[in-house]
Unconditional design. Structure first.
Length: 459
């Protein structure tokens, strides 16, 4: 590959704060709010023009894994309670107690955007939108600055502690922290997809809905569309009558590679329009229309930190508990086929009972696949604080779906509910480290757990 050497230049330092959070999604937004509420001067850097990450840019909803496995007992509270209740107050969600009964929290994308705005403003979080993180500066083993790029040019942020809320471990990776990508056999992460909003569903009769499912199945089996689900969704990331969130498109690729990301956008958008044309050809469904496609293709998995501890698939299915737990996760090992296979191949999940028996994962690497998927009924597994802490880089915590987990555990803890709980813990831990002038690895975890409990989080 040809290279270009840029001349050395001075980069202006635009902020010197206690805590800098990179990424304003489910792992970063709660971290920034929590850190600021602890009294830490906090900056939040987000590449989109709004906050919420995959929940808003990807239209990924509802918020899952907020209750124990196959139960209504809460496993995520804290900031989620406030978020749900504030969304409900503007007609863009349901009260937290109702969400517990439903075992998930639906929301409207536009509502989540404005509530996120208000929460960071009220917490006095200094926020930069339309700013891309591009590099980490590490001195003597400690991250000292984040380099960002925007319409204002290249700039730097100095902080005592950084929180990587990118979901892809971008900050940790560029800081030199060890990371993995995808599963060991082929380094493929889970497939990507796009969740789109469909309008006109209120006019569909049960008979028409079934005809749509049958039509989709026939098209998928003929190789005309690549989907992994056949249903018409519901109120996941929309609360509007007659609208439904549709989560069925599939594309296999590396979401840490810009070429694959680009192709994923093209492919999933094309699938969306093919489905729309297909569905509107069914008598009684002519009024269906596309309300919105996501700003960013849906990402499930990319890089994972290799931290002081790594959670595994066995943690999930055994419901393991840890003394340094800072969050709970009740979701199951939901590994969307990394090869991007779907209904045409009769595939959804990657596990030992996959029906595609000639797949090399079954013939050569079955020992890397889960046999069981669910935590014990009414239970959860713990997220230890050590999974947020890099092995070698100081001044940095990792939050959200890219914490230290193997590909099986990641298939469970990647969803929004536990990512928010992890984010709240990361924010409070970062504030504690900054205030005490210690490294995140030296934070007193039992004090952290008490601080989390004091704000209503479940540990």
């Amino acid at each position: 590959m040809n290279t270009l050497a840029q001349p050395q230049r001075d980069i202006p330092i635009i902020a010197d704060v206690d805590v800098c959070v990179i990424g304003g999604g489910p792992g970063g937004l709660p971290a920034a709010i929590a850190a600021a509420r602890q009294g830490a001067s906090t900056m939040l850097v987000e590449m989109q023009g709004f906050l919420g990450g995959m929940a808003t840019s990807g239209q990924v909803g509802p918020i899952l894994a907020i209750t124990a496995s196959r139960s209504s007992e809460p496993t995520v509270a804290g900031l989620l309670v406030e978020l749900c209740d504030r969304l409900a107050a503007i007609g863009q969600g349901k009260p937290y107690e109702e969400c517990l009964k439903a075992r998930c929290a639906p929301f409207g994308v536009e509502g989540l955007k404005i509530i996120a705005d208000r929460m960071v403003h009220e917490a006095s979080v200094r926020t930069l939108l339309h700013a891309f993180f591009v590099d980490s500066v590490v001195e003597d083993g400690r991250m000292t600055h984040a380099i960002v790029e925007s319409k204002s040019g290249r700039q730097a942020v100095r902080a005592k502690v950084f929180v990587d809320g990118t979901g892809d471990a971008d900050v940790a990776c560029r800081a030199g922290a060890e990371c993995t990508l995808g599963r060991p056999a082929d380094n493929l992460p889970m497939s990507m997809g796009s969740e789109f909003i469909l309008g006109g569903t209120e006019a569909l009769t049960p008979e028409v809905r079934q005809a749509l499912v049958d039509k989709t199945r026939a098209a998928a089996e003929a190789g005309e569309v690549n989907v992994y689900g056949l249903g018409l969704g519901g109120h996941g990331s929309t609360m509007d009558p007659g609208h439904a969130s549709i989560n069925c498109t599939r594309f296999g690729g590396n979401c840490a590679d810009v070429e694959d990301l680009t192709q994923a956008e093209f492919t999933t958008r094309e699938i969306t329009w093919k489905l729309l044309d297909l569905w509107r050809s069914v008598p009684g469904a002519e009024g269906l229309h596309l309300v919105a496609t996501p700003t960013h293709v849906g990402i499930r998995e990319s890089r994972q930190l290799v931290g002081l501890h790594r959670i595994t698939g066995q943690d999930v299915v055994e419901g393991r508990k840890y003394e340094d737990s800072v969050a709970r996760c009740s979701y199951w090992i939901d590994i969307h086929c990394p090869r991007g296979l779907g209904v045409p191949a009769g595939v959804h999940l990657c596990w030992t009972k996959c029906t595609k028996t000639d797949c090399y994962m079954l013939t050569d690497y079955a020992d890397q696949l889960p046999d069981e998927l669910y935590p014990p009924e009414g239970d959860w597994f713990d997220i230890p604080y050590r999974t947020l802490v890099p092995q070698t880089v100081d001044g940095l915590l990792v939050s959200g779906r890219c914490i230290s987990a193997d590909c099986q555990a990641m298939g469970a803890m990647r969803v929004i509910g536990p990512c928010m709980a992890i984010g709240e813990a990361a924010g409070i831990a970062a504030a504690m480290a900054a205030k005490a002038e210690v490294q995140p690895r030296d934070v007193d975890v039992q004090t952290l757990r008490r601080s989390l409990a004091s704000v209503g989080a479940l540990v």
